[in-house]
Design a protein around this ligand. Structure first.
Ligand SMILES: *[C@@H]1O[C@H](CO)[C@@H](O)[C@H](O)[C@H]1NC(C)=O
Length: 236
């Protein structure tokens, strides 16, 4: 038993997050370095903190309806988060709100889908494998934070809720196999329509389809924040 603990104790400095430097809360550049270092640490998962890998992030099941489209995704894999960059950070003085921008270059999602209903104005129906690829994509976050005191007397932050402004800068590419039971002409008509109208589709779909992914991500980020005392990171 002691040996196991000693081993873990020996390993943990290598595995744990090392704060690059302490920041003043109004020092956006410093916070940017800190946030990107933390994201890098979290993205590959931290099993000993119960943090699952975020790149790729796997969402086992997602079912929803948006406008008049019913959708279901199984084993949806979202890859590319670790190539995104966090910037334009604004942390308010009382630590109740955090705003920042995430700048992504290529997010790729794959999995199994079921679609039934209307895609904007045209009927769509199918079940099979899908791939969705995004190019340059900006996400603007507005997070409400909660402060709590730990048993060590230090302050910890938790993300209470989030709002996201989605801003896709480059066309999205959709590949849904086996639409209309594999009828090629109908399928290519839908794909052409989707590619011509990617921006309108993004406006309608991105929030309901992506928000469950961000919920998962922030849940994992909160596990990390529970281990990071504010006093160790921020200076006056
Ligand atoms: C989803 O992934 C799990 C785990 O890899 C697998 O057991 C399951 O069969 C997959 N489901 C589908 C519909 O592919």
């Amino acid at each position: 038993m002691y040996r196991v603990l000693l081993c873990l104790g020996f390993l943990s400095p290598i595995l744990s997050f090392s704060i690059p430097k302490q920041c003043k809360r109004e020092d956006s550049a410093c916070l940017e370095e800190l946030a990107n270092a933390a994201a890098k640490y979290i993205n590959s998962g931290v099993p000993e903190l119960g943090i699952e890998p975020l790149d790729p992030l796997i969402i086992e099941k997602q079912v929803g309806t948006v406008a008049s489209l019913d959708y279901k995704f199984i084993n949806r894999t979202i890859g590319g988060l670790s190539n995104c960059h966090i910037g334009k950070i604004k942390l308010n003085t009382d630590l109740s709100n955090l705003q920042y921008q995430l700048d992504c270059n290529k997010l790729v999602q794959r999995g199994k889908y079921e679609l039934d209903g209307q895609l904007l104005i045209i009927p769509v129906h199918g079940k099979g494998d899908f791939t969705m690829m995004g190019g340059k994509y900006l996400f603007e976050y507005n997070l409400d934070l909660k402060k709590t005191k730990g048993s060590d007397g230090k302050t910890y932050l938790t993300i209470k809720n989030f709002k996201i402004k989605y801003d896709p800068r480059e066309p999205l590419i959709f590949e849904f196999e086996n639409l209309f039971n594999g009828q090629k002409e109908l399928s290519s008509a839908i794909h052409n329509f989707a590619h011509d109208n990617w921006k309108d589709l993004a406006d309608v779909l991105q929030e309901p389809v992506m928000n469950p992914a961000w919920e998962r991500i922030f849940k994992n980020v909160n596990k990390f924040l529970k281990t990071l005392p504010v006093e160790d990171v921020l200076i006056d």
